[in-house]
Design a protein around this ligand. Sequence first.
Ligand code: SAH
Ligand code: SF4
Length: 353
Amino acid sequence: MKANIQDFTKEELSKLIKPPFRAKQIYSWIYHKYAISFDDMKNLPKALKEELKSSYEIEPLKIVKVEDSIDGSRKYLFRLNDGNTVEAVLLLMKKEQYHKDGAIKHQAKYTVCISCQVGCKVGCSFCLTAKSGFMRDLTAGEIVEQIRIIKRENRIDANRRLNIVYMGMGEPLDNLEAVVKSSKIFSEPDGMAIAPHRQTISTSGLSSKIKKLGKMDLGVNLAISLHAVDDELRERLMPINKAYNIKSIIDAVKEFPINSRKRVMFEYLVIKDVNDDIASAKKLLSLLNGIKSKVNLIYFNPYGGTEYKRPNPKDMLAFQEYLTSRGLHCTIRESKGLDISAACGQLRDNEEH
Ligand code: SAH
Ligand code: SF4
């Protein structure tokens, strides 16, 4: 079977291909000019092109479906070569702003949410991705290709600000090796050059892997899907809490190397009558004491068959107000793409049922 050329860092490629400087040219063709065939790579000698064609492929994913939301987010469903599907979402965080003379004042700001596994083993009770079980890990190249396609399709060139969040389908720390490699490929200066501080790895809290990732000191941001402040409730929502309880997560976060201008993000999925009370906000505040953190409150996004409900905006605001008035950074995540069911796993679900 042919290898996917996006599976390799530039350093690896320069060891595989002779002479090594060709790796830089190939990177440029793939990540700047979005080449889809080796024949397109005009400055490579014919013999090398033939050699590459016989050993590598370039397109590990194909777009199956694109859905636009009225708020500007755009959701992609991709098919992998083995027929499995995964999704990614492009979010327009800030529109381009212009000076009166038409010159650009501020570039548009994008965030892309990508998947790292087909399905997920963690099995959180509120998550649609979990419902379909676990099929397999994505390779680094399959993770990388989600961004390459989205950049190409939306003409997001190198000077635009693009952030990556590993918050699509799957648990990044359960596929650590491929995720770390994809992160390195994203930040490659001769490739897409998306710096580590523009990348956020979100985890359900595999404490031992948080420590392992921390020791690698990649410079990426960390997001913890906390969702509950006591172990009993967290076990109900996230069975993984039996193996890694809240204390073990907090201890691992305290050891994590955080960029001096950044904070660890704690995601708190707010579910009506489950965890939306002020007593929880109070516990959250004390739990995060001493950690350079910010909290992101997320509206639970309902789907057919779930017992959970979307919280009242009034309760969300009261929760936020409790935290911010006591000095904790806390935002409410706009339910972007609600009309296209942008929460993870929901586009794939619509397609398959
Ligand atoms: N597995 C990792 C990353 C992917 S999940 C993790 O859990 O952190 C990314 C986020 O999507 C999680 O914070 C999760 O809580 C959220 N999510 C899952 N189902 C959701 C739903 N129905 N509504 C809103 N957010 C949801
Ligand atoms: Fe997996 Fe994250 Fe969904 Fe939990 S919330 S099942 S960890 S994708």
